[in-house]
Design a protein around this ligand. Sequence first.
Ligand code: PLP
Length: 421
Amino acid sequence: MTIDPLRTSEETLEKYRNYVNPSIANLLKFAGFAVPEKDASGIYIRDLAGNEYLDCVGGFGAFSLGHLHPRVVQAVQNQLQKEALKSHYFMSTELADLCELLSEVTPGDLQYSFICNSGTEAVEGALKAARAHTGRPVFVGAINGFHGKTFGSLSVSGREVYKKPFYPLLPETRHVPFGDSAAMAEAVDERTAAVILEVIQGEGGVILPPGGYLRDVRRICDERGALLILDEVRTAFGRTGEMFASEHYGVIPDIVTMAKALGGGVMPIGAFSAKPPIWHSLFDANPYLHSSTFGGNPLACAAAVAAIRATIDEDLCDRSAALGEKLLSGLQEMTARHPAHIKEARGKGLLAGIEFLLDDFAALVITACGRRKLLVAYSLNNPKVIRIEPPLIISKTELDRAISIIDESVSETAKMVEGLG
Ligand code: PLP
């Protein structure tokens, strides 16, 4: 059966209006993206109208291996021949293999892992583990931090606009400016269960921690008996040029959360890993104190094992570091040419951001890139920043093309804005 792209687009938009989310329907229509996605492979996404886009959103970190990486697809297909979901009555070799592998690749002495289905669930589990271990009530997060949108994760996230309609959230949470060691020292005390931070704030606009900051936070937590949770949902598995971003800063958390790239761009999965004493507090008295029906399912575990092995075998951490330098220098050269519109370009590995002086300028650049068939990301907690997070398998030539499209889009937007002024 042949599909009429125009008709299918209109029908799908109508279904979005009536059954999915009318406001997203309007936004997509306005931005010129009211066409269904058709398929994707490698670093390209194709829509039903026959357009092919270079994907530098990378699923906000989920497509580190690109779309449909053959090794991950094969692992999932093999598993599907055997069993899709488990009964939970018996042990799971796939789950055991993944948790063993995570203990090898996670930093320091993190040993045990709980497998769930998303980033926000990983954060929820980490917060519960910190409560169970310390018996303390308070969580400290960072202003503009992003940890997900379920109640616990939202409570420790740091942007009011996403929180206010849902109050009351977790009662005892405090937020301090990211990067300010003195503010952290003041906020953490003997009532603090854990500090939770992203290593590099993603939705906050690609904010890197100042030198020594994470070590200071580690020391403050140790001195006061609080745990340190590092949220690497976006940064784990090579995104920043190391397997885990915390490795750049020489800091080992008590608990690390991950998701996104863990599924190899094929399966949804999340996880949190912790040091053994935390696991004893969480599970010794009751092995089912924290559990999930779908978490740790064999399809997702098989995908994750294949994804981690592909990341190692294809040297994607080094690749991300090297290509990241190229990306950043390209963006910084561009910044120097547009001082009236760009404040700064920054990043680590293949996680880069451009901060514009105006919110609307960022949105216009995203749309202008889209017209040139390049996808770049909006930042939920810092609308002045666009993010560039390509799959780590992107080639140098494709990266050059992305940089020059961003450059053209910035120049076009600058001309338009100056023309209005
Ligand atoms: N933590 C961080 C650092 C994230 O960037 C995200 C999502 O962008 C989450 C948690 C939530 O992940 P999910 O959308 O899978 O729930």
